[in-house]
Design a protein around this ligand. Structure first.
Ligand SMILES: *Cc1c(COP(=O)(O)O)cnc(C)c1O
Length: 689
């Protein structure tokens, strides 16, 4: 039962966590639930065995308590003294097993949230890794408000949802206290104060129990602990609020790439929260984020490290300009980006989205030749079917007819280069001959026109928005070599492919290509904030370093250039790549995806399945033999995406191509579900007959 399990922590050690776990377990068993209990880390004592016996659990002690150290010390120390460390993977695996065996698993922590399990890992980290919501057990008395509010604040700061506070009376109530004394007053008023000050649910009070026998627990606690409140699924917004948001959206919001006439008659999905691979709507429904919130999310939503880094930066400096000033996060990020980028890229120009990253690249390339005296070099070459963004400069070098034809009279003249599309080659053309033919024509064109060409811009390895079109091997390398030979600035637009998407940090790495200019955006901030970077070589940079009076400055810049919050998110993004070994762990998942995608050829209307890393496209056709496409009016892609939504998956197509582009952090299990639901939806919508 997804989302039911809870983690039980205390405001301190010895506040009655184990009793609270026992009470909750007993009461839930009384309601007919199959309850599981876990005590992941235990140092000294026999809490796990006690819970196993009292709740008559059949799970092995090792499953209930995977990490045990003998001495009653803080875990980081107790384990260190036995020359061991707490094994988080073992805990996660044990939890997975228990989760499948029980309706509800109660996971009892060790001490409070900031108890170190290792020198680099706290109880709070474990709660996040288990992806559980929290119940805080607090004793009643003087000091309770402070301890409880601190725990709540720390939990929220770490992105852990607090389901409620459960109070526990550790000692018997003293009867016969004269009314005049203040004793007993904190006990009476604590719950209300915590509820108000902490803006949190209070789940009740466990009275002092003389014995921990089942009968006494049920008798004394059933009325004082609010189980219903405890297990209400994390509710969405109120009905009225949901309706209001939809109405205001329709009244005021103009959605991108959307026919608003359709939108206004539709029932829009409003996202309220997100966690890991899931988006959660205002009604509380969960959806697997199958396209990484339009290709940006990298490590999952609400990532602990990224959240913390952005929050930390927020407390320091939210924004200051790079026009005439500098700031620490943008400096550090520039240094780190140039360290991981392909060789030779040592300068970073910031902007705030993919289109402006390309826009800046084009202007830099153009002006470079103007500045250095080769004034005839003023055309930009680009690939047919390319997509580089929606501002006029980037639209000029785009080749997707549907997006671009309206603006034909506004855009500048370019040179269009044929791309050897493996699936949709012109009639009568075959592989690999056609690829060589394209290269030969490119070579011949450059030979003739290189004196007029400033730059050549490509999306390396995968042409994303064109429909996940994959480059045949070797073409990128050869094209970059030809550009070098003919003195043409080679611009790699890795807005979509950057940051691990294709299995390597940057797609250029697949063919050992070092572009003169590299455009980055989308995944740069792990999907948190708008930021883009245009990286160049020193040689290009030097083409702008002249005397002030020469007027050869790069006259370009956006107001939010180098925003510190966005740069902090980007720095955290790179940290997570390292800490979680994201790329190494991606390899088997890419494999799993490839295997799963093969199945789609069983569906008769799947014409082509294309994949590179975590970028995949499934092209639907009316006739597989003739490759006859579905007419665009049929909106076949959109219909499939509507269908998957009913089964808790969010996708967005590119015409007749179903795109799968999950966050790099998506688990094998979630990938399996993504594939299953997509397969089923295509089968349903295409009628497979
Ligand atoms: C998305 C994309 C862009 C445009 O980025 P925006 O942030 O939407 O402006 C440019 N180039 C490529 C390859 C893209 O995929």
């Amino acid at each position: 039962m997804e989302g039911r399990d809870i983690f039980i922590t205390g405001t301190d050690t010895g506040v009655g966590k184990t009793v609270a776990t026992l009470v909750l377990g007993t009461l839930l068993q009384g309601k007919g639930y199959n309850v599981g209990v876990m005590k992941p880390v235990q140092c000294g004592g026999d809490d796990a065995a006690f819970l196993k016996k009292s709740l008559r659990l059949s799970d092995s002690l090792l499953e209930i308590n995977p990490c045990f150290a003998r001495e009653p010390l803080s875990p980081h120390l107790a384990f260190q003294r036995e020359r061991r460390t707490v094994d988080v993977e073992k805990i996660l695996a044990a939890y997975e097993r228990l989760k499948h065996k029980h309706d509800i698993v109660l996971v009892e922590g060790a001490g409070g949230l900031m108890v170190p399990l290792r020198y680099d890992y706290f109880v709070a980290d474990l709660i996040r890794d288990l992806d559980l919501e929290l119940i805080i057990v607090a004793r009643l008395g003087l000091g309770t408000i402070n301890h409880t509010l601190l725990t709540i604040e720390q939990a929220r700061a770490q992105g852990i949802a607090v389901r409620g506070v459960l109070f526990s009376e550790a000692s018997p109530r003293k009867h016969g206290i004269p009314q005049a004394t203040l004793q007993g007053l904190p006990e009476k008023t604590n719950p209300q104060a915590v509820r108000t000050l902490g803006n949190v649910e209070v789940l009740g009070t466990i009275p002092y129990l003389k014995s921990l026998r089942r009968k006494e627990i049920v008798c004394r606690c059933a009325a004082t602990v609010d189980l219903k409140r405890l297990f209400e699924p994390s509710a969405g917004l109120s009905n009225a609020r949901q309706k209001q948001l939809v109405a205001w959206d329709k009244k005021h919001v103009w959605h991108p790439f959307t026919q608003m006439k359709d939108w206004l008659t539709d029932e829009p999905l409003v996202i309220d929260r997100a966690r890991g691979s899931y988006l959660i709507d205002t009604k509380g429904n969960r959806y697997l984020d199958g396209v990484s919130s339009l290709w940006v999310n990298v490590h999952g939503h609400g990532h602990r490290i990224v959240n913390a880094r952005v929050r930390e930066q927020l407390n320091k400096l939210e924004h200051s300009t790079l026009l005439g000033l500098s700031n620490a996060p943008s400096v550090e990020l520039a240094r780190k980006l140039t360290a991981i980028a392909p060789k030779g890229l040592t300068k970073v120009f910031y902007s705030d989205n993919g289109s402006t990253a390309v826009e800046a690249a084009l202007k830099i390339a153009y002006q470079y030749w103007q500045n250095t005296g080769r004034k005839r070099k003023k055309y930009i070459a680009h690939l047919a079917n390319s997509y580089h963004g929606d501002t006029l400069g980037s639209v000029s070098v785009g080749g997707i007819e549907l997006f671009h034809k309206v603006y034909r009279n506004l855009i500048f003249k370019t040179i269009r280069v044929d791309f050897p599309d493996c699936y949709r080659a012109p009639k009568g053309k075959k592989y690999p001959d056609y690829a060589f033919e394209c290269l030969d024509r490119f070579d011949a064109m450059l030979k003739k026109k290189h004196g007029q060409i400033a730059a050549f811009v490509v999306e390396p390895i995968v042409q994303g928005a064109a429909g996940m079109i994959m480059w045949p091997k070797g073409i990128l390398k050869r094209m970059s070599e030809l550009c070098r030979h003919y003195e043409i600035i080679f611009i790699a637009d890795e807005v979509a492919t950057g940051f691990g998407r294709t299995g390597t940090m940057f797609a250029c790495e697949h063919e050992g290509v070092s572009p003169d200019i590299l455009c980055l955006a989308k995944g740069i901030t792990a999907g948190y904030l708008p930021l883009a970077a245009t990286l160049t070589t020193k040689r290009i940079f030097d083409g702008f370093c002249f005397d002030y009076k020469d007027q050869k400055t790069f006259f370009h810049g956006h107001t939010y250039t180098g925003n510190p919050l966005a740069c902090a998110a980007a720095l955290a993004n790179l940290d997570v790549f390292k800490k979680e070994r994201t790329l190494a762990r991606l390899a088997p998942k890419i494999n799993f995806l490839s295997q799963g995608l093969k199945m789609f050829y069983n569906l008769p209307h799947v014409g082509d399945v294309r994949q590179r890393g975590f970028m995949a496209g499934i092209e639907l056709v009316r006739d597989r033999q003739t490759q006859d496409p579905y007419p665009w009016q049929e909106k076949i892609g959109a219909r499939v995406c509507r269908e998957v939504r009913k089964h808790g998956v969010i996708l967005r197509p590119l015409g007749n191509v179903i795109v799968l582009m999950p966050p790099l952090s998506m688990t094998i299990e979630e990938l399996g579900r993504l594939l299953d639901v997509t397969y089923w939806a295509i089968d349903k919508v295409t009628g497979s007959g």
